[in-house]
Design a protein around this ligand. Sequence first.
Ligand SMILES: O=C(O)C(=O)Cc1ccccc1
Length: 282
Amino acid sequence: MSKIGYLGPKGTFTNIAVSQAFPNNELEPFSTIPSCMDAVKHEEIQYAVLPWENAIEGSVNLTIDYLVNQKLTIVGEIIVPIRQHLMVHPQNRDCWESFEAVYSHSHAISQCHQYLYKHLPHIEFSYKSSTSAAAKHVKENPEQRIAAIGNELAASEYGLDIIKHDIHDFDNNHTRFVILSKQATDLEVKDSNYLGDRTTLMITLPTDHYGALHQVLSAFAWRKLNLSKIESRPMKTGLGNYFFIIDIEMKYDQVLIPGAITEIEALGCKVTTLGSYPYYGK
Ligand SMILES: O=C(O)C(=O)Cc1ccccc1
């Protein structure tokens, strides 16, 4: 049976995603995104499930930036609805309005900025590696006047009381979680709705070719390949140097996508296929 790693500790949104996709497998929490990817690379686990993009806050840069230097493939994606709740140690449930700090993952705090600004304007933000790491911290420090933002699973896992439900600023809040593997395998995810297929490419443009991005996009456009995302990330080699992450709403085929890649490479671009995979949601 495959062993699946995920960003832990128990009670993260990633935990919800991995339990949905792999209900009968052995699950192993990792405390950071890179350590979870490394475990797949070293074959200690077969798959890693990691956050990729949130509808309110955007991409999870650490996952993208660490993935592009690994020889790992995206073999599937799970889309999970996200509801953020404010939770406290049960001993402190009556004095939460005078709290000093709120702990969570930076994405979770960003998803609740309007709520926090309006209802807890003086509260400090303290960042943790995940929402459940924040919940665990609140549980372990009852003497501190602190709260956490996370989901119901984290509240029950760490025995916290939810004092405000649904504090995220926008209702249509979903996160994409990617399933990473060392080999490109056909993965079947049970108990979730199959929603479609995607192919994710990483493209680096030549520095001396003016208009290269326009030509890259044209290679997709005239083939009527539907792009659902284009995002630039810094190469970390200096200001103005970027690579692009592009999602095509289609499974890798034998004609259109290889044709577009050949055309783009002829412009002097470097193209890496990060994966071609089905995506699922509830
Ligand atoms: O903190 C969590 O609960 C996670 O699962 C990590 C995460 C990070 C960014 C967006 C969504 C989930």
